[in-house]
Each structure stands twice: as C-alpha cells, then as structure tokens.
Design a protein around this ligand. Structure first.
Ligand code: ADP
Length: 227
C-alpha cells in the first residue's frame, strides 16, 4: 500500500479526559477506511487530528511522508483547503448559491476565476448523477442530492484525502446506500484516500477497511475485499 496519510502514536487530552491514547493508523491511495466505535470513544477527535483541525499533544501526522502536525496555522489551513476534502452530515452547502457554485467554491477560494471554476465544477454533475441540477439551490435539492453536491465539492480540488463525518447520518437507508457507493467509488477513481467516521455497519462495509475505536485506542481491524 502506498501510504498517503499516517498517524503515529497520536495522543490528545482534554483536561483529565484522554480522547486519543496512542493511535497508529494509515491510509493509502484508493484506500477507504471506516472508523467505528461507541459514542465518546474518540472517533471525531481522530478525524480532526488527522485532518489538521485539532493538534495532537503527542505523536505525528504525516501526509505523503511529510510531517504536518507542527505546521504553522497559515500553512496548515492552506493544506486543508488544497489537499483535503470534507463531507459532513449536513449543513455544509451555502443556501444562497446554486449547486454549481457550491461545488466551485473551494476553487474560487484558491483564486481560480469564477467562470473557470464553475466550468470545472460542471464536470462533476454526470459522475454523481446530478445532471440538470446545476442551477438548483440547496433548498431545492433532496437530502441525497445535496450530499452528492457536497461530495463533488470535497473532490473538486483533487485532494489527497477525503474526510467524511457521518456522511449518510441524515439519510434514509436506500439513499444512504446510493450516496456511500458514490462517495467510495468517485474517491477511489480520483486516486484519493477516504477516512470516514460512521456508526452504521452497512455504510462501513462499503469501505475497504474498518477500524474500531474504544477508549481512544484502536481495538480491532477488519479488512474487506472490495470488488
Ligand atoms: P466520538 O466521536 O467517538 O463520539 P469524540 O472524539 O467526540 O468521540 O470524544 C472523545 C472524548 O473526548 C469524549 O470523552 C469527549 O467528551 C471528549 N472531547 C471531545 N472533544 C472535546 C472538547 N473540545 N473539549 C472537551 N472534551 C472533548
């Protein structure tokens, strides 16, 4: 496996609470990793530390072998914008912008002119089954369509890693399956790695690997053979 992102000996404490107690984890190109575990076990903290949102108290985060956990705030936020994509449960789209501009936004934030960014964003509508919805605002999309727009937005910068936190948490079972299939397949086609927190075993089963987190430690691994 060609490692894209690795965490080594990650420790994070909040006062007397140890959220991460020494976690070693890695993901490779086209690899998808589901992080499961009970509430309060440290899943979100792990995702946030790997994504450079929360700094670990100890241990290292390496992106393609380069240490990123000690970067200054400006370099870290530039790295998050350019090399990482994020998909959350809901509420991540800007309600006043049409779908195509929501997808184009990360490019515009990087200084790509609006027309060019929107042209680039439009390429994502077909692979995600969103043709014809380019000018709809988030309020005019179904929950599943909105999540597919969010997936396109996460991928438009061609990130190394996509982080997803309960990406199907607000969807019904059928829609959830559709969205998770698209999320895993387009991320893999793009050559990116996927790290996803989910409490849903059916959703996790679409990932190549599953790790269980318990009391801030990895307590179990399961490897699926992805067809
Ligand atoms: P999970 O995502 O598995 O529910 P979290 O990573 O959110 O778990 O939390 C792990 C532990 O760290 C919990 O005990 C939680 O209360 C604590 N924790 C998480 N974030 C904070 C924070 N910002 N301040 C204080 N405690 C926190």
């Amino acid at each position: 496996m060609h490692t894209v992102l690795a965490g080594r000996g990650l420790v994070k404490k909040y006062g007397s609470t140890t959220a991460l107690a020494g976690v070693d984890i890695e993901v490779g190109e086209r690899d998808s990793l589901a992080v499961m575990g009970p509430s309060g076990s440290g899943k979100s903290t792990l995702l946030h530390v790997l994504a450079g949102i929360v700094r670990p108290d100890d241990g290292q985060v390496l992106l393609r072998g380069e240490r990123v956990d000690r970067l200054g705030e400006n370099r870290l936020s530039a790295l998050r914008r350019k090399r990482f994509g994020f998909v959350f449960q809901f509420g991540q789209l800007l309600p006043e912008l049409p779908a195509e501009e929501n997808i184009a936004l990360p490019l515009m934030l990087e200084g790509v002119p609006r027309r060019e960014a929107v042209a680039h964003a439009r390429r994502w509508f077909a692979p995600l089954g969103l043709e014809g919805l380019e000018l709809r605002r988030p309020g005019q999309l179904s929950g599943g369509q909105a999540q597919r727009v969010a997936i396109a937005r996460a991928l438009v910068v061609e990130p190394d890693v996509v982080f997803a936190d309960e990406p199907t948490g607000a969807l019904d079972q059928t829609t959830s399956t559709e969205v998770i299939r698209l999320l895993t397949s387009v991320t893999r086609d793009q050559g990116a790695a996927l790290v996803m927190v989910t409490h849903d075993a059916d959703v996790a089963a679409h990932c190549g690997r599953v790790v269980q987190v318990r009391d801030g430690r990895i307590s179990g691994h399961h490897q699926y053979t992805v067809a």
